[in-house]
Design a protein around this ligand. Structure first.
Ligand code: TPP
Ligand code: MG
Length: 426
């Protein structure tokens, strides 16, 4: 039924004459329930069971040997681009190993590695425009690597020194970069997801909008109320946002089989009236193709989409976690070898004659050297002026903060001997 006729029909059906009119031709026209306009009637009750719906399949381009299964799916990126992808993944992996150890040595307070998820970061970042805004969770450092966040940017942030763009106010790995359109990470889970929907809505309202928003989150964060609110807002307000779920199998010690009962996170999309695509997040090309398709879709249709990158969190959740307490070491083995995203891309490059073992070993060595020397430098850079903690929340500092700042200055002055003031920029 033409929905424009709906109010008219309601009016007509309220009078007997109209009912008679509607009966003309032998059948009574029915109003539709406003809450289920597309649904038809049946005469027997039938439960809609989750098992009636096939699980959403996992799209992949490469198999574990790095062989492309269907040649039409090879994005055929040129050698320089594939090499950048490979090297960015290796850089992230190498930097992670050293920064993880630097926390173990007590040099930084905290760290989170990205092991096993390198391809989902690099593959998605490569398919986006650098102008697209990113709202991350915390385990997406590869997106920043791709966009040009440097080793010194990463390490100065983790060391919270005066060169950190966040001015030492955040825990390590809570990166942000205005220049790279990467919104600063927040610790409370899922807060970034409704913000991303809102930003996408704002973009849509701009004339000739060419930008979309992508928000990354884990399958654990997807259980937060904020995620559901964001899904519904984005769907009903038609926002060009990519909901990029990294389903890495764990939320700290909670395995995904205890996290939800439905078909993962992609399986929720239809319930909200959104498109979805599930893919192998250890396959950089599947991630690239999926994100490219998603970007085209959200901008063409002004609608949101749910992407679900299937992967496995190889590292501990963070330096505050010991994952041997809740999963057997043997389980990791396959993810750390044949299914490792870097191994797969390496095989692909070998098949094309694009891989030179010697050069790549040299690359790893040079990254290790850069990271170690940067740690040395970052440790020597003083902490930001502690007064900075009162700045930047408001354009103009309000009276109550001015009072707190004065009180703090007085306190520090009176107790100078108890504070390591020489470590802070004056
Ligand atoms: C609102 C909120 N609840 C709990 C936490 C503690 N917490 C930090 S990370 C995390 C697990 C998140 O898992 P997931 O979203 O799957 O991301 P992953 O760590 O696997 O990348 C939890 C429970 C938090 N930071 N915020
Ligand atoms: Mg997870």
């Amino acid at each position: 039924m033409n929905q424009d006729l709906f109010p008219f029909l309601l009016q007509c059906l309220s009078s007997d004459a109209a009912v008679n009119n509607a009966r003309a031709g032998g059948s009574l026209l029915h109003a539709k329930f406003p809450g289920a306009l597309e649904a038809s009637f049946v005469t027997a009750p039938k439960l809609s069971l989750p098992a009636d719906i096939e699980p959403i399949p996992i799209y992949r381009v490469m198999n574990s040997e790095g062989a492309v299964e269907d040649p039409t799916q090879d994005p055929n990126l040129d050698q320089a681009t594939v090499r950048k992808m490979f090297r960015d993944m290796v850089l992230l992996n190498t930097m992670d190993k050293i920064l993880y150890e630097s926390q173990r040595q007590g040099r930084i307070s905290f760290y989170m590695t990205n092991f096993g998820e390198e391809a989902s970061h690099i593959g998605s970042a490569a398919a986006l425009s650098p102008e697209d805004w990113v709202y991350g969770q915390y385990r997406e450092a590869g997106v920043l690597v791709w966009r040009g966040f440097t080793i010194s940017d990463f390490i100065n942030q983790c060391y919270g020194n005066a060169e950190d763009q966040g001015k030492g106010r955040q825990m390590p790995v809570h990166y942000g970069s205005r220049k790279l359109n990467f919104v600063t990470i927040s610790s409370p889970l899922a807060t970034q997801i409704p913000q991303a929907a809102g930003a996408a809505y704002a973009f849509k309202l701009q004339p000739n909008n060419q930008r979309c928003v992508v928000t990354y989150f884990g399958e654990g964060a997807a259980s937060e109320g904020d995620t559901h609110a964001a899904f519904n807002f984005a769907a009903t307000l038609d926002c060009p946002v990519i909901f990029f779920c990294r389903n890495n199998g764990f939320a700290i010690s909670t395995p995904s089989k205890e996290q939800y009962r439905g078909d993962g996170i992609a399986g929720r999309a239809a319930g909200y009236g959104m498109a979805a695509l599930r893919f192998d997040g250890t396959d950089v090309f599947a991630t690239y193709n999926a994100t490219k398709l998603a970007r085209e879709y959200v901008l063409r249709e002004n609608k949101p989409i749910v992407l679900e990158a299937m992967a496995y969190r190889i590292g501990h959740h963070s330096t505050s976690d010991d994952s041997t307490a809740y999963r057997p070491a043997e389980e990791l083995e396959v993810w750390n070898t044949v299914e490792h995203p870097i191994t797969k891309l390496k095989h692909y490059m070998i098949q094309r004659g694009w891989f030179n073992e010697g050069e790549e070993n040299e690359f790893v060595k040079s990254v290790r050297k850069q990271v170690l020397s940067q740690i040395n430098q970052s440790e020597r850079i003083p902490k930001p002026d502690w007064r900075e903690m009162f700045q930047d929340v408001y354009t103009e500092m309000p009276v109550h903060l001015k009072e707190q700042l004065r009180a703090m200055e007085k306190h520090v002055e009176e107790h100078r001997d108890h504070y390591p003031l020489k470590d802070f920029k004056q």
